[in-house]
Write a protein that binds this ligand. Sequence first.
Ligand code: N1C
Length: 241
Amino acid sequence: ICILALGLGLSQRQANTGNDFKSTFLSRCQQFQGSNCQRAWDAFQQAYVNRDPCNVPVDAYDPFITAVTLKPQCNRMMFWSKTKEVVHDFNEKKNCFQTLEDTFLGSVLDKLTWCGKDGSFETFTTGCPAWNECDNPVRSFWQRASAAFADAACGNVTVMLNGSIATPFDPSSIFASIEVNKLKSTQVNTLNVVLTNCANPSLQELKTKLAEGINYNCKEVPVTQIQECGSDQEKACGACW
Ligand code: N1C
């Protein structure tokens, strides 16, 4: 009886965490667009439910990407790599840029973990594979969403890279392996890199990956300057760097 009760307790807990996940998804969705959230949920969860959590390909999210609209804000779009905190701290204080997390796609799933399981239609939020472990639902989602975001990029776009690591343009990052390759010269005019050290050798690699016709620009900006400007309400976006 004890084992049975424990078993029931566990499956109940997992069911609850799955429900919490769904309600988070739906409430974030409603805050953003208000309608069709059940349809968006259905399209989203079909990507990973009833599936081995280590075998969720990137294209499993195609129906979800098609079901939602991505509204790019030309000349304000920002990519980042290994700078999530600085970027979001700045963005929360100043409304200068649009990151993927500021779009519907990114905002509903930001900071969440989820996965499914073979033979079950539930969503689980614990016991899911780690980011680098296998073809897991979370990484595949960010890969697919990032591709859609970069596909839609237009005008002058910005990327904030991390100058305190050896390879700011890291080939294994989503920015280097997916986003850069998706930028189209028919839509994107210039890629503006913001970094503390524009002489970093890894940037040569970035330049060669950019489609012909897209201009490259790098601006050396100390992190303290980004932080200070974020806190300075008087300063206009264009006056930060
Ligand atoms: O691998 P990265 O950075 O280069 O990916 C960042 C790049 C951004 O430009 C975004 O457009 O890819 C997009 N993106 C997200 O929007 C996002 N939100 C949350 C990628 N990853 C995202 N996360 C989480 O950050 C994700 O769960 C993983 O843990 C990190 C990847 O960031 P990174 O290696 O610094």
